[in-house]
Each structure stands twice: as C-alpha cells, then as structure tokens.
Design a protein around this ligand. Structure first.
Ligand code: ZN
Ligand code: ZN
Length: 289
C-alpha cells in the first residue's frame, strides 16, 4: 500500500489540515505543527489537540501516514553554541507538540555551517544536538531530509546523512526523508533507468531502506546538479515524469508518506490521483533490479 498526499495548510487551525488532506483524496499528508517562520509559540489548547486527534480518527489517518515538517528557522548544526541551543529548544517544543497530537515522526532539514565551520564540524554538531534531543523527548522519530545543497546547507549527499545516523545513539528514533527535487539538483541523476537504479542502490548501501520513512515528491525548476531549491509540479520541471511513476512503483516504499510539496496546490488533487494510478500499474524492487 502506498500512502500518497501533500503538505497541507494549517490556516484557520491545525485541526483543519486533516479534512483538507481528505478532500484532496490523500492517503498521507504533511503539515507544520506551528508557525514555521516564528520562534515563539503558544502551547496547543486542549480543544486543538482533541479536534486534531478526532479528525484523524474520523478521516482514518494513522500516525504512519502523517509526516509533519519542522520550522525553517531551526539549525541543529549552528556554529554558535547559544543559537544551537535555541534551535534545539524550538525543535523539542515541536516534538512535544507532535507527541501531544499523537504523531510519531517529524521531518527536519539537517542544518547549515553558515560557512563559519567545516561541513564535518556542522554534521558533528547535528548528531550531538539530535542525541541530546532524543534523550530529552519521547516516542517521536526524527526524520532527516536530504537538502538541495543550496547556500551552506549540509545533508546534500547520502554520505552526510549516513555520517549523522552513524553517530546517533538511539537508532530506533532516526530516519530519512528523500526529497526528489533536492536529490536531482544535488547531483543524483534520475532521468534514465540506469542512473535511477544506481542512485537508489547507493542509498541502500550507504544508508539502507530501513531508515527511509518519507518521500517529498517534487519536480525541479532548477537543472541537474544546480543546487537550486525550487520545487515544481510533476511533469513541469527538469525531472522526467516517468521518474515519479517509477518511485511509486518501488516495492521498498510501502506504507511511508509520499508527499507533494509542489508549487501549484490547485493541481494536487490530480497529481495524487495520477500517482495512485501509477502505483497500481506495476511494481519492482530496487534490490532485485
Ligand atoms: Zn523540507
Ligand atoms: Zn522537501
């Protein structure tokens, strides 16, 4: 079973996201658990928590179908200790919100060196931030997203993600979300079958499919290897449309959220329908191919 959906808005209240996903025909969705552009947040009210949990029951979404996205302000690898602490605290608040809402995963961009420290030091900062956060929180799995490698962001290659995972003490609470746009612009070719297979086999040998807990299904405005983080609707950008079919046909991607973060949300309903149909046409295993 493939879980396919989109990153829906929380405007008008967090609980509204659930019915929005349902109206799109989505079997998965993503949301921000707070205002993703601000540091300070009021605690969730009892009624928000109850409404969200009840909506999930009513529309039949399990926590394994929901992959929240954390705030863009957080930088777990920040070169400055105080700023890193601020980021860790903000992220722990988000994790606590997920816990209250009955959610079991949260997706985050690993971090940035801000060109003040080496990438290796930044990756070490990220691992120690995550170890500290996992120690102080419960249940929720931290899901690292591969980045486009724009600016000074780390996490743009499998080696970076593998480096972080290796240093995590509780490996039951760490996972990976692959953003297809980011993958392509950071130098992983997908447009022909040979390179497509090579990319995912590389992923498996360096990280392993057991860690893959989500997919961001985005086409790319930027060219191959451009490191430009500009999402586009499926079939409208530089990634060939059959790539998205192949992804939903991969046997390795069972029961993990496959989320659209494409530009034009008016196309989501059709994109979800198309992906669902593609997923039923055939299937193949990367490991056998
Ligand atoms: Zn993201
Ligand atoms: Zn993404």
């Amino acid at each position: 079973m493939k879980y396919i959906g989109a990153h829906v808005s929380i405007s008008g209240g967090l609980e509204k996201s659930v019915s929005r996903a349902y109206r799109l025909g989505a079997t998965a969705f993503s949301l921000f658990v707070n205002n993703h552009l601000r540091w300070c947040h009021k605690p969730l009210t009892v009624s928000t928590v109850d409404n969200f949990r009840n909506s999930c029951k009513r529309y039949k979404y399990l926590s394994s179908q929901i992959l929240p996205h954390s705030s863009y302000l957080i930088n777990l690898g920040h070169p400055n200790k105080e700023m890193r602490k601020k980021s860790c605290q903000a992220f722990m608040q988000e994790i606590y919100r997920c816990y209250e809402l009955g959610l079991t995963m949260i997706n985050i961009h690993p971090g940035s060196s801000l060109r003040q420290i080496t990438e290796k030091k930044c990756l070490e900062n990220i691992s120690s931030s995550i170890n500290m956060i996992l120690n102080k929180t419960k249940r929720v799995i931290i899901v690292l997203e591969n980045t486009a490698g724009q600016g000074s962001n780390v996490g743009y290659c499998f080696e970076h993600l593998a480096f972080i995972i290796k240093k995590i003490e509780d490996k039951s609470r760490i996972g990976i979300c692959l953003d297809i746009c980011h993958l392509f612009v950071s130098g992983y070719q997908l447009n022909d079958m040979k390179n497509f297979l090579y990319t995912f086999k590389q992923f498996n040998s360096l990280i392993g499919f057991k860690y893959l807990l989500g997919i961001h299904m985005n086409d790319s405005k930027g060219s191959f290897n451009s490191r430009l983080d500009r999402h586009h609707n499926l079939g409208c950008g530089k990634i060939k449309k059959h790539v998205f079919s192949r992804i939903v046909q991969m046997l390795e991607l069972q029961e993990i959220p496959i989320i659209l973060e494409t530009k034009d949300s008016s196309l989501w309903k059709n994109e979800i329908l198309w992906l669902k149909k593609q997923s039923l046409l055939c299937s193949f295993s990367i490991l056998d191919a």
